[in-house]
Ligand binder design. Sequence first.
Ligand SMILES: *Cc1c(COP(=O)(O)O)cnc(C)c1O
Length: 401
Amino acid sequence: MAKRFPTTRYAEAMSDYIPYGRQDINQQDIDAIIEVLRSDWITQGPAIERFEQAVAKYCGAKYAVAVSSATSALHIACLAAALGQGDILWTSPNTFVASANCGLYCGANVDFVDIDPNTYNLSVDELEHKLIWAEKQGCLPKVLIPVHFAGQSCEIEQIAALSQRYGFKIIEDASHAIGGSYQGQPIGSCQFSEMAVFSFHPVKIITTGEGGMVLTNQEELYQRLIRLRSHGITRNPDLMQAESHGSWYYQQLELGFNYRMTDIQAALGVSQMQRLDEFVERRWFLANRYNQLLQDLPLMLPWQHPDTESSWHLYVIRLKLNKINKTHRQIFEELRSAGIGVNLHYIPVHIQPYYQKFGFKLGDFPQVEKYYKEAISIPLYYGLNEESQHKVVASLKESLI
Ligand SMILES: *Cc1c(COP(=O)(O)O)cnc(C)c1O
């Protein structure tokens, strides 16, 4: 049989390439998956509930709903928040497109709030200014999606105060942020929001291959999320609109989806949850080392708001271009050529070609556009070893000086 992948050569080629992020799977994770494969359930079974309970307990939230991705989590969270045709959703432009697309899935209009130049999170001052303007114009948002960029919480208490005043709902996009905290409370507690969403994509803090979760403290939202995850169907006689026809009976009460996570994935999730604190501690350690090793370079290092403890999903440096004789792009390409898998988080969503048709243009959100011209994400993940971290630092120095 012909070998489809030249595995050894591939492994060699990859061996000295340092990616910006990657998963860590150990024997315990593998054993957990094998156990499910040998059991009676491979899609939604007992592991789903175990995973949901583990995450809800860790975060101090009442309810959790596991789904196929953070993208599907954001979609059903928006629907549960009653976002629909003609409504308005605001989010940060410094995010993955999914945080904005979920509004479009619901037929809503999407707009953005520019970022804080220190945290790269949505700016609370900008938010307040825009709300004052929107109230006058009669175009207040129904839903706001603050994104906890790189794992650092937004100033969510201040945002919640504005939501009281202006009546929008808050769905936290916490895709980067499981294991982080705000004012001593775990991110995902939903203390200041209706719902919070996590991603379990392999580059994130913990992984299930693909996967996501919505957390909430409100039972009504929870019931709705459970239904939307699986075709809008209920088997609970208490929730049915007419009497049950018998024990086979279920009712479709609304239009839902198949956004289910499998038990195979959930078992991996349970195992990864047991390693979460260790993952985040390691990321802290590596981030602190970068802070020390990079302090004398012409860079702006990640600033941390005193109310937050980041999960350190990303370590983003900003080039002080007036002190460097090269362009952002040159430095980026030099690092890639040196085998450093640098990346850029994010291309501002409003400048994506698809978003041009909604009338957005360059210049609309100056802070995020300036950030985009200077930012580089350098490798940070649990398995990054000392030698590799030194190689990243040495390559950066060589490129910058
Ligand atoms: C990764 C990510 C998503 C999407 O997550 P998936 O699980 O891949 O759907 C959404 N928002 C942000 C901020 C992300 O980083």
